[in-house]
Design a protein around this ligand. Sequence first.
Ligand code: ZN
Length: 500
Amino acid sequence: MDELIQKYQAIRNKMLAYRFASFIINWDSNTEAPSGSFEARSRHFGILSEDSYKFSTSEETLSVIEELYKNRNSLDEVLKHEIVEAKTSIDKLKKVPMDEYVEYMTLLAKSENIWAKAKNTNDWNLFEPILEKIVAFLRKYVEYTKTPKLQGYNILLDEYEKGMTQADYDEFFNTIKTDLVPFVKEVTSKTLEYNNSFESHKFPIEKQKEFMKYIMEVMDYDLTRGLMKESEHPFTSGIGTTDVRVTNHYYEDNFISSIFSGIHELGHATYEQQVDPELDLTLSGGGGSMALHESQSRFYENIIGRSKEFWKEHYPVLKDLFKKELKGIKLDDFYKHINKSTTSLIRTEADELTYPIHIMIRYDIEKALFNNELEVKDLPKVWKQKVKEYLNIEVPSDKEGVLQDVHWSGGMFGYFPTYALGSAYASQMFKVMNKDFNVFKSLSSKNTKEINAWFKENLHKYGSSKSPKDLFKLCTNQKFNPKHYVNYLIKKYTKIYNLK
Ligand code: ZN
């Protein structure tokens, strides 16, 4: 048994080394790599990826996992969880005919480019045939991999958020539909009055970066184990707890963007940095799931970062940096500016209140597709109908409609709901955290240390060593209840918009 575990540790070490190489290459590609390096880079990366795939699916690796699986009840908890997960995904992949799988991977390798072109030229017809093929494969895939417990769309949902089913998400989105949609319509029909004269000003990028440095201190981001650079789209990337990096993007004419993207990514990074370092030598490090990860970024970005209490402490610093640009702008003006809600066409630009509606539209569509109630050719029409129904706006083009997101071109069906679920998780965690200490009051210390410590103890330290549902339960001592999210949003926006 000891020998077997040692063999498995060697496998882990090698997989971690592959992951490290791929993390560094991707990080470099997205931040600093010279444009002329991409051809050679993709050749080298291709060879490494193939090697890594061959290694993780080799006879040797599979037999060690099979053996450990047979003896799973004598393993420690972390290892047992890891082995059961690995065994489940190996068994699943075995059910898919290899030639069909390879064909699908080849399709995905070119689909993103076609989608990008279709989006840029607003040409749905260019993307439709490739999306048809992707959906056709995934419909077969769910047939091949079905189990007595999971069928259809549930299989895809489970891949992005283990344990979440269509029934769970239906309950979640039905709450949003009945309790939130009418409220959103009321709020977005109003205009928020405040001094917005600064919106036309330019905010020097160097000063925005300086403010981000300040925010990193406020959030206690450990710069001996992390750093912040720039990229087109902000992201967090890392391996283990000793190297967790974030990027940001700065716009002269939209300084708000870098503040909240920065806080969002630092939320993800805090999660990764606070995992128990013992898990660094396992494959159970990092965040517990997509939704749990997003719950952390959104907790810091929205619940903390868009609160009056946070800016009461930090607005003077911002104002001091941008003396000219923010002259005469009061805390209340700034607070209203960062919380105003308007209906919009683009998900990634949506505010905290309208965001889940964008996700609900995608969920409805995916569900119908995989329950065979909708065909790919009808997507643009259905998209327009749903946006009209829930957000009461017309979609002028597919570019601002069905073609806006990259996800479906990568076969990522089942992914979107985790974004909204993450926000909902965050609200429930906020409620629970407040039982232990007054969260907003803790911000008067001018940092988030008390919040970070609570998350470390109740969620972060476990990494991905348990199932998402167990992690949520450990963190909140409750089952997920979508009412907390809706109540949080209604309370917050009723106050901001001075509604009765
Ligand atoms: Zn995120």
